[in-house]
Design a protein. Structure first.
Length: 454
């Protein structure tokens, strides 16, 4: 049988073996790449070997080098210059701003207008205010309570006709407020004092208290001398001797005495203070409330600074020494002087057992301190001692006693070291005054040995 399609051509001769394509996962190695990797490995190895050699060289030191590095440094001489200055020994401590004294102000019961109950109706001052002559502090039931100068406290109402030391004090206080009481005698509340009191009350915006005094219930005295003997029965009566007795004059009617009006300064309206002006420290009066035991507290006298000092510090202090008060929050400086140091020691912190004892130092400022410093802590510097003027001064550590027992300083100059005998004087602030012996030379700028370092 024969097929319909052409016959396959016969294969003549031998067949070439077929080379298959490389598989997808296989990779042919390039000889150049292999050579480059080998070279990089050689270079990295050389670097590591060099670094190791350098490290070993750094760790390996000669004995001489080790000795040089561990040996102590060459000693160095410390010097300081000789100065020409004022030497002052400052005592620095901390203190508190306080008043010389304080006074509590209260109003006696019964204060206020007649027929009213005591009640604070106005408060006219606040803490920190300066209170001067005639300053109205507050109102009590509509009536003023004001300040006047005087050491004697008010203990009674003063009115027309009163006499005494407290009247004289009122007259002096009115005069200081600008209202004279002449022609009244000192200590007598007369018409002149009435006018001054009325003018004063008007100046502070109030009317004085006036009282009506009833007329005295006195009978008029007869115009002539009283007749002795039995009363006469009428004109022309005869006496015992038969003679007609003279007719006695009869008393004429007089105008009845009229009630009079007096001016009164109630004790509940005036606060006498020994020193004016003063500063209001606290104000406790409250509108609408009855007055308590204390309505306010005032500081009397100039504010000062108090501080505790030790027994050693007390030995350096004297009354009148110059000082300085420094407000640490603002840096403000106020000149001052030492007022006094107590002789008796006191124990701090409320006399607690084991508390450190000290002495109370009072420092008085030369000018009024700012009101905001009241009750605050400040720094106090007291010049405990001082030279009279500029002197040769060296650090205290520069002065020493030599083997010969003489006091001196060692000067280091370009030509070497020389010893200069001196006499020490005033000291303070780490410096001491030095006076060279006769024939010795020491001038400002010389370098004196104060110690050595290694």
């Amino acid at each position: 049988m024969t097929s319909d399609g052409p016959a396959a051509a016969p294969i003549d001769g031998p067949q070439e073996p077929r080379q298959d394509a490389p598989s997808r996962g296989s990779r042919r190695e390039d000889p150049g790449t292999r050579r480059r990797g080998l070279l990089a490995a050689v270079v990295i190895g050389s670097v590591l070997v060099g670094a190791a050699g350098a490290g070993a060289a750094a760790l390996l030191k000669s004995p001489a080098q080790v000795a040089a590095e561990t040996a102590a440094p060459e000693p160095d001489t410390l010097t300081a210059p000789v100065e020409h200055k004022v030497i002052a020994d400052l005592l620095v401590t901390r203190g508190k701003v306080t008043a010389a004294s304080t006074t509590d102000i209260s109003v006696p019961s019964g204060g206020g207008a007649p027929g009213t109950r005591p009640l604070v109706t106005k408060v006219k001052v606040k803490a920190g205010d300066q209170l001067s002559h005639g300053k109205v502090l507050f109102e009590m039931s509509g009536r003023p309570v004001f300040t006047l100068a005087g050491a004697l406290p008010a203990y009674r109402d003063l009115q027309t006709g009163a006499k005494g030391e407290d009247v004289a004090q009122l007259q002096n206080a009115l005069a200081r407020a600008g209202h004279r009481t002449s022609p009244d005698a000192s200590g007598t509340f007369g018409a002149g004092t009435e006018r001054a009191v009325t003018a004063f009350y008007k100046s502070i915006g109030y009317a004085p208290v006036r009282n009506t005094v009833p007329a005295p219930d006195d009978k008029p005295a007869p115009d002539g001398p009283a007749r002795s003997g039995p009363p006469s029965s009428g004109p022309g009566d005869k006496s015992s001797d038969g003679k007609t007795a003279p007719m006695m004059p009869t008393a004429s009617p007089t105008t009845p005495a009229q009630p009079r009006t007096t001016v009164t300064v109630p004790m509940s309206e005036v606060v006498f203070l020994n020193t004016l002006p003063v500063r209001a420290d606290t104000v406790e009066a409250t509108v609408g409330k009855a007055p308590g035991e204390k309505l306010m507290t005032v500081s009397t006298g100039s504010p000062l600074v108090v501080a505790d000092v030790s027994a050693r510090e007390k030995s350096l202090l004297r009354n009148g020494q110059p000082a300085e008060i420094v407000a640490e929050d603002t840096g403000a400086r106020t000149p001052a002087t030492v007022q006094d140091v107590t002789d008796a020691s006191r124990t701090a912190k409320g006399d607690q057992p084991g508390a450190a004892s000290g002495y109370l130092l009072r420092v008085l400022p030369a000018a009024p301190l700012p009101a905001e410093l009241a009750g605050k802590e400040v720094r106090v510097s007291v010049t405990a001692s001082s030279s009279e003027g500029p002197v040769l001064a060296v650090p205290s550590t520069a002065v020493s006693t030599g083997a010969d027992g003489r006091t001196g300083v060692t000067v280091l100059g370009a030509d070497g070291i020389r010893r200069v005998p001196v006499h020490p004087g005033a000291s303070g602030g780490g410096f001491v005054e030095v006076v060279p012996d006769t024939g010795a030379t020491l001038v400002p700028g010389d370098r004196v040995v104060v110690g050595g370092s290694r």
